[in-house]
Design a protein around this ligand. Sequence first.
Ligand code: UDX
Length: 476
Amino acid sequence: MQHQTEAHVFIFPLPLQGPVNCMLKLAEILSLHRIKVTFLNTDYIHQRLIRHTDALIRFRSYPNFRFLTVPDGLPEENPRTGAEVGNLLESMDASAVPIFREMLLTAETPVTCLIADGIFTFATDVAAEIGAALLYFDTVSPCGFWTYLCLPKLIETGEVPFKDDNLDEMITNAPGMEGIIRRRDLPSFCRTNDINDRIIQLVLREGEHIPLAQGLIFNTFHHLEAPILAQLRTICPNIYALGPLHAHLKARLASQEARPTTSNSIWEEDGSCVSWLDQQPSKSVVYVSIGSLAVMTRDQMCEIWHGLVNSGVRFLWVRRPGSVTGYSDETGIPSPEELTQGTEERGCIVRWAPQEEVLAHPAVGGFLTHSGWNSTLESMVEGKPMICWPNFVDQQVNSRYVEAVWKVGLDMKDSCDRIVVEKMVREVMESRKDEFLKGAEVVAESARAAVNPGGSSFEDMDRLIEEIKTMKIATK
Ligand code: UDX
C-alpha cells in the first residue's frame, strides 16, 4: 500500500567544498519550490560554512529547510585535502553513517527522497529500509563519472593497469569516448599497478551501487554532454541533467525576484582582489586557482610563478592555505627579484577569492584551473577560456574534454614547466584570444539557455520537483 505524505528530501553531500557547494545550490532551488529539505553537513564543513558565509541567515528564509550535522571522525587538524579523501570516507563509515541512519529512521517528517553522493554506497540499504526513493548525485563531471563506470571493463580487457608507460595510447573500452580518451586522460587513480588500491576498490564498489538508485542527478547540461548522458542512461534510464546549478539557481531566484544567493565558501573570501580587478583592462587578467583539495609542490609553484611573470600577462592567483606543500606565504621563500617586480607590477595573490564574481568580472580573460567540475562550469558560464592543469580524479578527463571536445581551452596535463605555462598563457590570452573567446561565448550561451525556461536543465529540474512532490512512502 502507498499513501500520500508531505515530500521531505534529505541531502547528504560528500563533505568537501566542491560537492557541498553544488548540492547547496540544488537544496536552495528545491526550497524555493517549497519542498521540505534537510541538509546534512559534517561539523568540520558546517562550522566553516557558517563562519565564512551568511548561509544560516540565507536558508532561514526557507521555513521548510534545516541543517543537520554529523562528525566526520577525523582530528580537527586533518587538512582534508585530496590525499585525505580515502581516510575521510573510512572515518565517516564509522562515525557518521550510524548517526545518519538513525536520523532517517527517526525523522519527525518521514523522508520520502534521499539525495546522496554516489560514493555513499550505504545509502541504498538505508533508503530501502525507510522506503524512500534514492537519487544518487555525483557532483563530478558526467564525462569523468562515465570513466569510473567503465573501470570494470577497462580492467577486464587489460586496459587498466596500463601495460607500458605510453600514456598517449588510446583507450578503446570506454563507449562514447573512442578517439578522445588516451591513457593519460583517464582519472588519476587509473595510473596504478595495483587494482586492489583503496580508491580503485571504492570506485568499483560505487559502480555496483549506482544502478540501484531510482535516478541519477548530474550538474551538467544536455548540449554539453548529450553523448555521455546517453551512455549513462544505459546504467540508469532516469537521468536529471540540472546544470550548471550555480547559474540555474541564479536564474530561478531572479525569475521570482528573490534576493540573489551568496557564497558557500569554507574559507574567508578576500574581496580586495575584486577592487584590484576593477583597475585592470578588459580581458587582461588570467585567474589562477586549483580549487579546494589539490596541492602543489613548492617547485611547481615556482614554475607557475615564473611562467606567469614571464608571460607579461596580468594574473590573479589564489593560494589556498595549505595548497603548497612545504611552503606558506607567511614563512615562504623570499621570491627571486624578477618574480617580486613582475608580481608587484602585474599580479595579485589572495588566499581565497569570490570565484563566481571573479570569473564574471570583465577584466578576467582566462582561467588557469585544476579542472575541478564546479570551476569548469563556472568558467564556461562566464565565457572564459581555460588552461587546464588537472590534479586528480575527474580533472584529467575534464581537461581533455575542454581542449579536444568543447574547444574552450588548452590541456596542460602532466607538465608544470615555466616555458609551457608562459606559452599557454600567451596563446589563450593573446595569440588565439579571439578564437577562444568566441568558442567560449557559444558554450556560455548554451549553458545560460539550458537553465532558463524552455531549457533542458530547467525542464529536468521541473520534472524532478514534480516527481519529488508526488513521491509516496512505500509502506512495509
Ligand atoms: C572537487 C574535486 O576536486 C573535483 O575534481 C570535482 O570535480 C568536484 O569536487 P574542487 O577540487 O574543490 O572539487 O574543485 P571545484 O569543483 O572547482 O570546486 C571548487 C569550488 O570552490 C568552486 O565552486 C569555486 O567557485 C570555489 N572557489 C574556489 C572559491 O569560491 N574561491 C576560490 O578561491 C577557489
